[in-house]
Design a protein around this ligand. Structure first.
Ligand code: AGP
Length: 366
């Protein structure tokens, strides 16, 4: 693996563009595409597990947050999701038949490693979704679930995130089948949907210019809100994290339904609201939230698909239209426009995109 920027200006944008490839690679490792099967990782008996606890930091935590929705819905498996720095000191009682999943790109994050050790001490089996295979977390886990993202150099995580989502989606489908929640036919459909992700990502990467033009506007603001529901909620959180990390614009991600419980007080024309809303089962609910924003003069950047655009029928500052796709794949594909938006905004701001101030690629101290 050669680590250079190639024709790209920054590692981050190179890594964004590598996603169809690394996601395809990672999925091929976890799926038997020819037979429409999601492979159960060896060492995990999903039928015998009664609870999952997922622990990670930052972007890896958001990948785990998406996975909570998948495991609960597809495998009817209850999931606790925690930020590692909270989990490690909370002394949470862990189920005797539970499985702990830690997620880490570097495999060296201090709080995530401490969480792994805590859970191990409590008798949990540990599976690690990890990108660096020689890392401490990879070594100490009972089961390794590698992400095949290659070296990630940009401090802002991009391809590691979608590779983590790939592993977790495939594993959630495998769990659903093993627990008798999904039929072989359901499994086949989901596997086929996942296999389409690289192609969908390629299509979405073509929206780069439109997103760059929009970023020119975003670079003028001081604050920005991101909203989403269901699996788009963690993507809203991730979008906000990306923007603040590299552009230093203050951004917050919220569950769309929480808007009226506080953040709506902030809405005015100076604070754009990025809404991540594929046309899915919660779409109509998100439309009500957009109407609340519009009624208060808020400017909306809507990321949706053609059906969503038609159904929303709302004035926006910009609408980014993605292809239509099955619900299971939306978090993977919708991650790309929020990454590109943060990237181009940061470039307009003139920040050090790959090495943003005050941040380290891997946080090995508490
Ligand atoms: C993401 O863009 C971050 N820089 C950061 O939140 C990161 O995801 C977090 O520190 C966890 O790192 P890890 O995946 O290496 O454990």
């Amino acid at each position: 693996y050669v680590v250079d920027k190639g024709n790209h200006r920054h590692f981050m944008v190179k890594e964004i563009h590598e996603q169809p490839e690394v996601v395809g690679h990672t999925l091929a490792h976890y799926l038997d595409l020819a037979n429409g099967i999601a492979k159960v990782p060896s060492g995990i008996d999903f039928a015998a597990i009664d609870r999952l606890s997922i622990t990670a930091c930052g972007t890896a935590y958001y990948a785990g947050f998406v996975a909570k929705y998948w495991f609960e819905r597809l495998a009817r498996l209850p999931v606790d999701i925690d930020i590692a720095s909270e989990f490690r000191y909370r002394e949470q009682p862990l189920s005797r038949n539970g499985l702990s999943i830690v997620i880490s790109q570097s495999g060296e994050t201090a709080d995530t490693l401490a969480s792994l050790r805590y859970a191990k001490g409590e008798g949990q089996k540990i599976a690690a979704v990890v990108n660096v295979q020689e890392s401490t977390i990879a070594r100490e886990a009972d089961i390794r679930l590698p992400t095949l993202a290659g070296a990630e150099i940009g401090v802002a995580s991009t391809k590691a995130f979608t590779a983590q989502l790939s592993v977790l989606a495939a594993t959630a489908v495998a769990a659903g089948k093993a627990r008798g929640v999904l039929s072989a036919e359901d499994e086949g459909k989901l596997v086929r949907a996942l296999s389409e992700v690289p192609r969908l990502m390629h299509q979405v990467l073509k929206l780069d210019e439109q997103i760059e033009a929009l970023a020119r506007e975003l670079a003028k603001v001081k604050h920005c809100l991101y909203l989403g529901r269901g699996t788009s909620y963690p993507i809203a959180l991730e979008g906000a994290l990306k923007l603040k990390e590299i552009s230093y614009i203050h951004a917050e991600g919220y569950a769309a339904g929480e808007l009226k419980h506080g953040p709506i007080a902030l809405i005015d024309e100076d604070m754009p609201v990025v809404v991540i809303a594929p046309y899915d089962r919660v779409f109509e609910k998100t439309v009500s939230n957009m109407q609340e924003v519009a009624a208060r003069g808020g400017r909306i950047i809507l990321i949706t698909d053609r059906k969503g655009q038609e159904a929303a029928a709302i004035d926006t500052l910009a609408t980014i239209i993605l292809p239509e796709m099955p619900a299971i794949v939306t978090p993977l594909v919708y991650a790309i426009p929020v990454q590109l938006l943060a990237y181009h905004t940061a470039v307009f701001m003139g920040t050090d995109v790959d090495q943003p101030r005050n941040l380290a690629k891997s946080v090995t101290v508490e």
